[in-house]
Design a protein around this ligand. Structure first.
Ligand SMILES: N[C@@H](CCC[C@H](N)C(=O)O)C(=O)O
Length: 270
């Protein structure tokens, strides 16, 4: 018995991936929370469950390690794409998430995924009150960007000096964001380079956040600080973001860490 899973990461953003194709979904909020505990479980930033699809190569669902659901997870999408590409030999495939059908491609050993067009309009974003998403009414003048999930992007002079662990949770749970938010701190290094650090909703500090990287690139371009294609240094490495006519493409590394089976006793204890 037990439950087979894989551990992957994309630029240090780490995931447990469960392949539930051909059976009913098995992940529940209590399982995600227990498995996400780095001491009593396996530990991950997000859990991704692959399911059979009738409209794409696979369907994909995401959970944070506090057991909450996430509408998007760019780096896990890239890891699942790589897993599928390794299995099938394909170099292009489609993955359906809450956002819709996303396209992924293998290029030079890295995986690119089209994360879709950003949500920038007030009525597309889960914000409280009649606020301007381009200039949220918070100290630091952050911008709200949706990539399926919500991000509040702050521009700072020195990303290393930001107290991400102190400020991040306060912004995540600010009443302005009824469904909480991810929080990015971005330092513009050049028109084609950004340094970004992140506090993820439902998870905390992570070494990278793909949808956060996309949101940051979009916010920087919208404010006229960068071009639409940038390199981005995150705590776990580098990503490339390219906001094209068909959506925001994110490219970066993926790594398969190990395969294992979760003992039945762990599942029975939930
Ligand atoms: N690491 C992810 C984002 C995961 C979801 C996020 N914490 C949320 O709750 O929206 C990524 O690579 O996009």
């Amino acid at each position: 018995m037990g439950l087979a899973f894989m551990k992957w990461h994309g630029a240090g953003n780490d995931f447990v991936i469960i392949d539930s194709r051909g059976r009913d979904a098995v992940v529940t909020a209590p399982l995600a929370k227990a498995l996400g505990d780095r001491h009593r479980g396996v530990g991950f930033d997000q859990l991704a469950e692959i399911r059979s699809s009738d409209t794409a190569d696979v369907d994909l669902d995401f959970w944070n390690n506090d057991g909450s659901r996430a509408e998007a997870c760019g780096n896990a999408t890239r890891c699942v794409a790589r897993y599928m590409m390794d299995q099938t030999g394909k170099t292009a495939l489609t993955i359906r998430t809450v956002r819709g059908v996303l396209e992924a491609r293998l290029a030079g050993g890295e995986v690119s995924v089209n994360m879709g067009q950003p949500q920038l309009a007030r009525d597309e974003l889960a914000l409280a009150g009649e606020v301007d998403p381009a200039h949220l009414p918070l100290a630091g003048d952050p911008m709200a960007v949706g990539m399926g999930n919500l991000h509040a992007v702050f521009f700072v002079d020195d990303a290393e000096a930001v107290d991400v662990a102190g400020i991040g949770p306060r912004i995540e749970t600010d009443p302005l964001f009824p469904a909480r938010t991810n929080v990015e701190f971005a330092e513009i290094r050049a028109r084609d380079e950004i340094r970004m650090r992140v506090w993820e909703r439902g998870t905390g500090i992570t070494l990278a956040c793909g949808s956060g990287a996309c949101a940051t690139a979009v916010a920087a371009a919208q404010r006229g600080l960068t071009d639409r294609k940038v390199r981005m240094e995150v705590d776990g490495g580098w990503l490339v973001l390219d906001w094209r006519d068909d959506g925001v493409w994110m490219t970066g590394p993926t790594a398969h860490v190990f395969d294992a089976v979760l003992p039945q006793a762990f599942l029975d204890s939930l």
